[in-house]
Design a protein around this ligand. Structure first.
Ligand code: SAM
Ligand code: SF4
Length: 319
């Protein structure tokens, strides 16, 4: 672990302070969540992916120009054979915060290793508390592994959040079960609106349910107490009297683009400005001396409004 970088960040043309980055380690995944990827999917050949050394070098340079929070994601980041090497490298950087987003299937064997690193903020996807529905969504039968690993992650003292993508008619009836889960296990649950990204765009209006609708449903029987969050937080959060902590990421109905502080590094080395746009600049094989200028160019590509949809699926962008 290292001392955290508190140096100033990059200010974009719209006055946003850009200091966070999603780092996609791979597009590959062992799950097939239907809203994220098609059942028949072809992943990138590994030689097209940045090596561990390239990822660490690029991330290191970007910390020098103002990025001070990173979250690794995918695809499924724990599928990388050099996952530990990458985390060890990022652990050496001057980051205020290092996080991981995972489906948790391979996570349990990584937890003792992660415990000794700066990577203490772990978000785990769990779209259903019902085994059949989990299988329907993920096309796997790994519910028990994921559920137990969430509890284990919490028990080991990590900051754990469970991500639930709201899917009308699929899991929206489980909202109260998730609230009960949160209160019982003292784990924050975040409900994500389904974004118009990738394979589900055509079915979006049938599957989409807004955070507002869910909040109104909850308020019919529970008092929700708002919690304060950072101004660039993507979620708005509440507690319940029973002690549940829940958050909503309303990317579709209440976009937060005006406060966005994030860039994305894809697994092939593209530094992109926005989840919803393929615009970006390839950092692979670029001279480090060019980084400040590249960063300036990428930051100026950041839209200040919500782009309606993107055909590229989430697993290819890095969620
Ligand atoms: N495999 C890891 C996981 O599932 O946590 C990390 C990558 S996944 C792409 C990151 C997050 O994106 C997950 O929480 C997933 O549910 C979410 N996601 C994928 N497609 C989405 C969509 N169309 N709208 C909203 N969230 C989406
Ligand atoms: Fe894999 Fe995560 Fe996409 Fe599900 S959401 S298919 S676990 S990358």
């Amino acid at each position: 672990m290292n001392n955290a970088n508190t140096s100033s960040s990059i200010i974009d043309p719209h006055g946003r302070c850009i200091h966070k980055m999603r780092v996609q380690l791979t597009d590959a995944c062992n799950f097939r969540c239907f809203y994220c990827m098609p059942a028949q999917v072809k992943f990138l050949p590994s030689k097209q992916l940045l090596s561990a050394t390239e990822i660490i070098d690029i991330c290191s340079e970007l910390t020098n120009v103002g990025i001070n929070e990173m979250r690794v994601s995918g695809g499924e980041p724990t599928l990388r054979k050099d996952f530990r090497q990458i985390i060890e490298g990022l652990d050496e950087l001057n980051l205020l915060k290092l996080g991981l987003t995972s489906n948790a299937y391979f996570l349990d064997k990584e937890l003792p290793f992660l415990k000794n690193t700066n990577c203490q903020h772990i978000n785990i996807s769990l779209d259903s508390l019902n085994k059949q529905s989990f299988a329907q969504i993920t096309k796997t039968n790994y519910f028990d592994t994921v559920f137990q690993t969430i509890l284990q992650t919490k028990a080991m003292g990590f900051h754990v959040k469970v991500n639930v993508v709201l899917l009308k008619g699929v899991n929206d009836a489980e909202v109260f079960d998730f609230i009960e889960f949160s209160a019982r296990h003292k784990i924050e649950v975040r409900f994500l609106e389904l974004m118009k990204i990738g394979p589900q765009n055509a079915k979006h209006e049938h599957l989409f349910i807004s955070a507002r609708e869910i909040i109104q449903k909850i308020e019919g029987s529970e008092k929700l107490t708002p919690q304060s969050v950072n101004c660039d937080s993507t979620s708005f959060n509440f507690t319940t009297s029973a002690g549940a902590h829940i958050g909503f990421i309303a990317s579709e109905s209440q976009p937060f683009c005006q406060f966005c502080s994030r860039l994305r590094l894809t697994a092939t080395g593209i530094l992109r400005a926005c989840l919803m746009s393929e615009d970006g600049i390839n950092l692979r094989y670029r001279n480090k001396a060019e980084y400040a200028a590249i960063l300036h160019d990428v930051v100026s590509m950041k839209p200040n409004y919500r782009i309606d949809h993107i055909e590229q699926p989430m697993y290819q962008i890095g969620g």
